[in-house]
Write a protein that binds this ligand. Structure first.
Ligand code: SF4
Ligand code: FES
Length: 369
């Protein structure tokens, strides 16, 4: 008989749920969903070892467990802290958390160029969302921001290091999905940067996934750069028979033109299934794909503008839903109205009809033609 899984009771923002032992606070909060789930800029479910770098997911533990209900003195990273039975956690109900998160966002933006108007990631950028929710209108930073030149990492990917928040997700993608990692975080502290050793290109199959996991616009798709704004394109789910990956993708269309191909993402913005470079960069014709239908887009996302995924195309004919009446008959006003007088030929009046064109009996006056 299968061993019964041990469940822990955890309360987050006054909502109590049961989760399996070993679940992180972040994943427990995601089970509740909505705003209760802390933002996560570096944790990524499908990447081992991710999390613990950005501190955006900090929460306050007001009771450690039923056995030891003392509060934890410091805020903890919810992506790296597992739940205990009887744990009580505060996220959006804690002023300390909100204050700390505001500080983390300020820190993440210290060197950020805030170039959303020209950034391809705008509209689907987690840092942009976070800045709107927690950022300040001004900055207290008085020193020159660190800057880097843009760098082409191979034929498909461009690196804007100035936008990078050093979340390490792209490093884990290269480590865990491709045959060979050729980039990583070089140097330390304020000098840290994502770079390839002596400018090597990232051209492994599956390396394109670094674009999808990058929470900001630091790694962008060179085949899509500056071609369109994401909110002008319409995402549809599509698939093809691919020998290398699942072939399940999202096509971003404008009219019949495929502007870009990405992996499908879940409600937390994480890739559901990795896709290969061929699907992502080389299949840019609608004919290459079997289209399944419009992708689900969160209604709060700017991409939902003009994206009518719930549109229903009626399959009944007009006469079937109007008791066999044909549209032509419906338009014949004389059949359904006693007010109208079909014997009066309005077309005989030169121009629009006015009351002076009629006699007191409602007949048409004799026209002097
Ligand atoms: S380039 Fe993007 S994915 Fe890589 S560390 Fe920087 S922010 Fe993270
Ligand atoms: S998501 Fe937890 S520290 Fe980054």
């Amino acid at each position: 008989m299968a061993e019964e899984k041990k469940l822990f009771k955890v309360t987050i923002d006054n909502i109590t749920i049961d989760v399996e032992a070993g679940t992180s606070i972040l994943n427990a909060a995601r089970k509740i969903g909505g705003e209760i789930a802390p933002p996560a800029m570096c944790y990524y479910t499908r990447l081992q070892g991710s999390g613990g770098k950005c501190r955006t997911c900090l929460v306050e533990v007001t009771a450690g467990s039923t056995a030891d209900p003392r509060p934890m003195p410091k805020l903890v990273a919810s992506c790296r802290t597992t739940v205990m039975d009887g744990m009580v956690v505060k996220n959006i109900t804690s002023e300390r958390v909100i204050d700390a998160r505001n500080g983390v966002v300020e820190l993440l933006l210290i060197n950020h160029p805030l170039d959303c108007p020209i950034c391809d990631q705008a509209g689907e950028c987690h840092l942009q969302d976070l800045s709107y929710e927690h950022g300040k209108a001004g900055t207290r930073f008085e020193f020159p921001r660190r800057t880097f030149d843009k760098e082409d990492l191979g034929p498909y990917i461009q690196l804007h290091m100035t936008r990078c928040i050093l979340c390490y997700r792209c490093v884990y993608v290269a480590d865990q999905l491709t045959e060979k990692r050729e980039h990583g975080v070089l140097d330390r502290g304020d000098h840290s940067q994502i770079a390839t050793y002596i400018g090597k290109a990232l051209d492994n199959d599956f390396i394109g996934n670094v674009i999808d996991v990058c929470p900001v616009g630091a790694l962008t798709d060179r085949t899509f750069r500056f071609k369109n704004r994401v909110w002008f394109t319409k995402p549809v789910d599509a698939h093809r028979n691919c020998p290398k990956c699942s072939g399940k993708v999202q096509l971003w269309l404008r009219g019949d033109e495929v502007f870009r191909v990405t992996a499908r993402k879940d409600e937390w913005g994480e890739v559901k299934e990795w896709i290969c470079n061929e699907c992502r960069f080389d299949k840019k014709e609608v004919a290459d794909w079997t289209i399944e239908g419009p992708s689900h887009v969160n209604r709060h996302s700017v991409i939902s503008q003009g994206h009518y995924e719930k549109g229903v195309i009626p399959n009944e004919t007009f006469s079937a839903i109007h008791d066999g009446r044909k549209p032509k008959l419906l338009m014949d006003i004389h059949d359904v109205s006693e007010v109208n007088r079909p014997e009066i030929q309005l077309s005989e009046i030169p121009g629009p009809a006015h009351s002076e064109d009629f006699t007191s009996n409602g007949d048409l006056k004799k026209l002097d033609i």
